[in-house]
Design a binder for this molecule. Structure first.
Ligand code: ATP
Ligand code: MN
Length: 148
């Protein structure tokens, strides 16, 4: 049931909370780990509107910067897991929950392990919006690691 797991991460401390549990899943028979980071296409453009009292509006694409940052973070994670599992790192652009669901199908994943919250970590929310959508739509079991 846990042979191949998918760990989607936004590299926040709440996503990192899943790491010790994933390591323990070795004992439950996990052999392969797919680590997925989605660069949210809705956040990869910045619109700048300030300078000298004038308003300038020029959108610019920061997806290259986000990709570099993601690669650095991804390397740290690969190091942590490579002794335990066969690791497949994925950095893709898109809408996070859609890419997560798509990856479970494409890679024939047996279980998703993710944080209950992420970068926004809104106090009143029981679950972040990505986790809520994934749990709702996932065709396979999801292990949600709650924030402390
Ligand atoms: P929201 O984004 O709804 O404002 P949030 O940031 O607190 O709230 P989520 O984004 O739902 O919460 O994050 C919950 C979990 O979803 C994370 O711990 C991580 O496992 C996964 N996740 C969130 N964003 C991404 C992403 N861009 N790529 C991969 N996994 C993600
Ligand atoms: Mn988020």
């Amino acid at each position: 049931m846990f042979k191949k797991i998918l760990y989607p991460t936004d590299f926040s401390e709440y996503a990192h909370a899943a790491i010790p549990y994933i390591k323990l899943m070795k004992r439950a028979g996990t052999k392969e780990l797919i680590i997925l980071h989605v660069i949210d296409i809705r956040q990869s453009t910045i619109i700048d509107t300030t300078a000298f009292g004038e308003t300038f509006v020029y959108p610019y694409d920061i997806s290259d910067i986000l990709k570099k940052e993601a690669e650095t973070q991804m390397h740290k994670l690969i190091k942590q897991f490579s002794k335990l599992f066969k690791v497949t790192p994925l950095i893709v652009e898109g809408i996070p929950f859609k890419e997560i669901i798509q990856t479970t199908r494409e890679y024939n994943v047996s279980c998703i392990v993710m944080g209950s919250h992420g970068k926004s970590n809104i106090e009143e929310m029981l679950l972040g919006s990505v986790t809520e959508k994934v749990v709702r739509k996932s065709p396979i079991p999801c292990l949600v690691i709650k924030r402390a």
